[in-house]
Design a protein around this ligand. Structure first.
Ligand code: NAD
Length: 295
């Protein structure tokens, strides 16, 4: 069993670290919130006094932090200074591609193997150990990481070199954000045309309009009983998270000169929805704004 240093044990990192503990690994945890560290320690993790302590004498470091600046600071200020040079570094946060590549390049210069390994699957997937990992970095690092990622996830895809895990994450979520708006617009139009929700679902779910936002996450109550629409749009996947990922995709598009017009428009619509007090509402709740848009 390995010694693992885990930094950032919030909504996602907490259950991911717990699963590593349950698999028998020695997991040292650190978070800026002492209460979160205590909660994981109660499940068998070793509390670290700070992030330097968390990464000393471990085989693997895993981080699950809010955004790019946190990842840059934690790695450049602490991890690269205090971890042993054979330690494998895995950042699972969702961050911008440029920061992921910069930090991985710096780690590489100092002799570390490092991966970007953002996830999809949400808190439920983190708890169940069924996350999808999209992984960027050297093949040798991916092979070393597999036994740990397999404890926390069900599907592992090695996407290519540094930053390609983050690229896969933001491209996927840009598709998702756009798709949800398209499905919501179709249901709102159907309502105005006197077409029943279930009838539109029955047709589109077996026709060419079929997509995940319709068949697994339908934004109206009824057709997909497990979707957030059936519980007042409690997340699920909060609008603030969707907005974060769409902003990352738009920053990336600007940097590399990609034409992502619908992604830009989707980001703008989710921004408006978030600013109407719906940041913590599931992103599929955007149908309510679309419905209210034109009387
Ligand atoms: P969270 O805010 O619950 O957890 C992040 C944790 O990092 C917090 O507990 C915070 O205290 C800690 N932290 C911040 N700076 C730190 C530092 N310098 N040292 C130690 N700890 C520090 O967020 P989350 O929902 O767990 O998301 C984490 C990452 O996973 C984000 O990048 C998010 O975009 C991504 N993600 C989240 C979900 C989701 O459904 N929540 C799904 C997929 C991906």
């Amino acid at each position: 069993m390995a010694k693992i240093g885990f930094i950032g044990v919030g909504h996602m990192g907490g259950p991911m670290a717990s699963n590593l503990v349950c698999a028998g690994h020695d997991v040292k945890v650190f978070d800026l919130s002492p209460a979160l560290v205590r909660a994981i320690a109660d499940k068998g993790a070793i509390p670290a006094v700070d992030s330097a302590d968390a990464v000393k004498d471990v085989d693997v470091v895993i981080t699950m932090l809010p955004a790019g600046p946190h990842v840059r600071n934690v790695y450049l200020d602490t991890v690269l200074k205090h971890a042993g040079d054979s330690t494998l570094l895995i950042d699972c946060s969702t961050i911008d591609v440029a920061t992921a590549r910069d930090v991985e390049a710096e780690a590489g210069k100092q002799g570390f193997l490092m991966l970007d390994a953002p996830v999809s699957g949400g808190v439920a997937g983190a708890e169940a150990g069924t996350l999808t990992f999209m992984v960027g970095g050297e093949p040798a690092a991916f092979e070393r990481a597999k036994p740990y990622l397999e404890v926390m996830g069900k599907t592992l895809v090695h996407c290519g070199g540094a930053g390609t895990g983050q690229a896969a994450k933001i491209c996927n979520n840009m598709m998702l954000g756009i798709q949800m708006i398209s499905v919501a617009e179709a249901f709102v139009l159907a309502e105005k045309l006197g077409l029943d929700h279930q009838k539109l679902f029955d047709v589109a779910s077996t026709a060419s309009g079929q997509c995940w936002s319709l068949t697994s996450y339908c934004p109206v109550p009824g057709p997909v009983p497990g979707s957030p629409a059936n519980r007042g749009y409690q997340p699920g996947f909060a609008t603030a998270m969707m907005l974060k990922d769409l902003r990352l995709s738009q920053e990336a598009s600007q940097k590399v000169g990609a034409e992502t017009e619908l992604g830009r428009h989707a980001a703008e619509l989710y921004r408006k929805f978030a600013e109407s007090g719906k940041e913590l509402t599931d992103f599929s709740g955007i149908i309510e704004m679309i419905r209210g848009g034109r009387k």
